[in-house]
Design a protein around this ligand. Structure first.
Ligand code: HEC
Ligand code: HEC
Length: 242
């Protein structure tokens, strides 16, 4: 009798799991606000997945770690797309520069102080003085203290042989179709936005990688963790976390 009751309970739990997973996967991830119960359920189930799979890089509260190039997921600044649940889910599925054929991997930040920075356009290296000039230009873009003559030289490099404009945009506003960060918004993926950190990014290049989870997590888990990650920036916008 006890065994039978046990089997029934386990069976019922199994069915409930499947019903929730099916409902979540059938829903449009970007309009979950219209089904708040389902959204809350997804958030509560996504939280432990986030803490076991993502927090080691993105931080316990999604705050990121600029000393290692791990982006903050609680701000409204997104490398790819607009931070909708579907955008996040795509990143979680296939990763960024991960060993998966569908991974986001459109462009990389060239190492411009190396003899062969590469890139499709066959970029030429920049000298340390050139890099210092471009750094001054980026300081000017953010209205921070800079050397005006150096910034003027840096702007020319930015818009011509440095090819910076090509990825980051002529206004340095970034391009979320290719994962090129905004350089004008005072939000830095790498380091504290100091001259030294910016210089490093330009001189040595950057190659951030987010793993692909499609072969590790079940589809419903991926949606749950994406809904949870999305809720982190919602919570911040609502002033619940800083
Ligand atoms: C090994 C470290 C690592 C782990 C683990 C990891 N990520 Fe990432 N993630 C990164 C890095 C690095 C980037 C930035 C890649 C780049 O520079 O383009 C990133 C980018 C992202 C982005 C894009 C952020 C933006 O601003 O557009 C999202 C969303 C994301 N990760 C979600 C997750 C979720 C959810 C998990 C857990 C399932 C996870 N990541 C696990 C390192 C990690
Ligand atoms: C081929 C495209 C491409 C070109 C050309 C390029 N970048 Fe980048 N840049 C990127 C990408 C992509 C990233 C993000 C790297 C990552 O996520 O790991 C980046 C990152 C950066 C960062 C770090 C941003 C942060 O938030 O920490 C700086 C600074 C930067 N680029 C400046 C420049 C400058 C200045 C030039 C021109 C001399 C330049 N880039 C040329 C694609 C490019």
């Amino acid at each position: 009798m006890i065994v039978l009751a046990g089997v029934i309970v386990i069976g019922a739990l199994f069915i409930r799991e499947n019903v929730i997973a099916t409902r979540l996967l059938r829903a449009d991830p970007d309009t979950l606000n219209s089904d708040l119960r389902l959204k809350r359920l997804a958030i509560s189930r996504g939280a432990p997945i986030f803490h076991s799979r993502c927090a080691s890089c993105h931080g316990d509260h999604g705050e990121g770690d600029p000393s290692r190039g791990f982006p903050n997921l609680t701000d409204k600044d997104w490398l790819y797309g607009e931070g909708q649940v579907s955008d996040i889910e795509r990143v979680v599925d296939y990763g960024i520069r991960a060993p998966n054929p569908k991974s986001w991997n459109m462009v990389i930040m060239p190492a411009l102080a190396t003899p062969d920075p590469g890139g499709e356009k066959g970029l030429q290296p920049l000298s340390p003085d050139d890099i210092d000039d471009v750094t001054n230009y980026l300081m000017q873009v953010e209205h921070r203290p800079h050397d005006r003559a150096a910034a003027a030289r840096g702007e020319v490099i930015y818009q011509t042989r440095g090819a910076c404009y090509d990825c980051h945009g002529a206004d340095a506003g970034g391009d979320s179709a290719i994962g090129a960060p905004n350089l004008a918004d005072h939000i830095w993926l790498y380091g504290d936005g100091s001259r030294a950190a910016i210089f490093q990014s330009i001189a040595r290049g950057r190659h951030g990688m987010c793993p692909a989870w499609i072969k590790i997590l079940r589809p419903a888990q991926i949606r749950e963790v994406a809904v949870y990650a999305h809720s982190l920036s919602d919570a911040r916008a609502a002033g619940k976390v800083n």
